[in-house]
Design a protein around this ligand. Structure first.
Ligand SMILES: Nc1ncnc2c1ncn2[C@@H]1O[C@H](COP(=O)(O)OP(=O)(O)O)[C@@H](O)[C@H]1O
Ligand SMILES: [Mg+2]
Length: 266
């Protein structure tokens, strides 16, 4: 029995057995393709190591903050309050990580049934924008929505699509400096409706445009403001399960635009 790994990483297992009672000395060879299984093992190992890393960071902060309060800040209530506030932030980050992990695992195993119904694009974009408006304004950003009334409807799970859009707008807010703008649009292109969220933010390097949709990928850890790096991979799963597509274009330093295309109902 032997496992063979060729340069293009095909993993095969060969089992050879001399045929019993066979005078010609013939041998039975069974080849099994383990490529997919080996790849799944690697994905699983990377996943666990990413989760562990993402858990360790907030836990280490919580430990340090707790020790600081225990050792010195108890006699200094204003300082103690500041440390407790920072602990709350770390706990919120942990909670978000766990929620997004559960969400991703539910979606990936197909346990999220879509409740699809025809809806006008503006009825998707406007509620998502309104949910994020206060947060955008607090960050010193303008948020505008432009959706023609005569667009064809799309057959989607409105709650799920709104979740995707809120995620994209939230990213736009996080990665755009005060004074910037977020512009949300929809239009028809052939048999699809395109939804676009454009920002005037920090942008994404060309070589990272594909990778940002991977689980845990963050282009610049320092800038990502406590995110988990799971938002876009959840968004991609949800869009693709609607038969749609999601992608991004960007010019570093100028801004990014995220696009979603969904088949139009005719
Ligand atoms: N609008 C944007 N502008 C610049 N970079 C972005 C934008 N949206 C996403 N990114 C990059 O893609 C990464 C992954 O995004 P996401 O999966 O939502 O994770 P998170 O928001 O938790 O960091 C972000 O960390 C960031 O580097
Ligand atoms: Mg995000």
């Amino acid at each position: 029995m032997s496992a063979l790994e060729t340069p293009n990483r095909l993993v095969l297992q060969a089992i050879t057995t001399p045929l019993e009672n066979d005078e010609s000395g013939r041998t039975l060879i069974v080849l099994q393709d383990y490529t997919r299984m080996r790849r799944l093992e690697t994905v699983r190992r990377d996943f666990i190591s990413n989760v562990s890393h993402e858990l360790r960071t907030p836990l280490a902060s919580l430990k340090a903050l707790t020790e600081t309060v225990q050792e010195s800040a108890l006699d200094d209530p204003p300082a103690a309050r500041r440390f407790l506030d920072r602990m709350t932030v770390e706990i919120d980050n942990l909670t978000q990580l766990v929620q997004e992990l559960l969400e991703l695992s539910r979606i990936e195993s197909g346990r999220v049934p879509l409740e699809r119904a025809p809806i006008a694009p503006k009825d998707l974009l406007q509620p998502a924008a309104e949910r994020m408006r206060i947060q955008a304004e607090r960050s010193g950003l303008t948020l505008t929505v432009e959706t023609p009334d005569d667009l064809p409807r799309v057959n989607v799970d409105a709650g799920r699509m709104e979740q995707v859009l809120v995620n994209l707008i939230h990213n736009a807010i996080k990665f755009t400096h005060p004074g910037g703008a977020i512009h949300i649009r929809a239009w028809r292109q052939d048999n699809d409706v395109i939804l676009a969220i454009a920002d005037t933010g920090v942008g994404i390097a060309e070589e990272e445009l594909q990778r940002i949709f991977e689980r845990f990928y963050k282009a610049d850890r320092a800038r990502s403001g406590g995110g988990t790096g799971l938002g876009l991979s959840i968004a991609r799963h949800l869009v693709e399960s609607h038969g749609g597509r999601i992608w991004a274009e960007s010019e570093p330093g100028k801004g990014s635009t995220f696009y979603i295309s969904i088949p139009a109902l005719t």
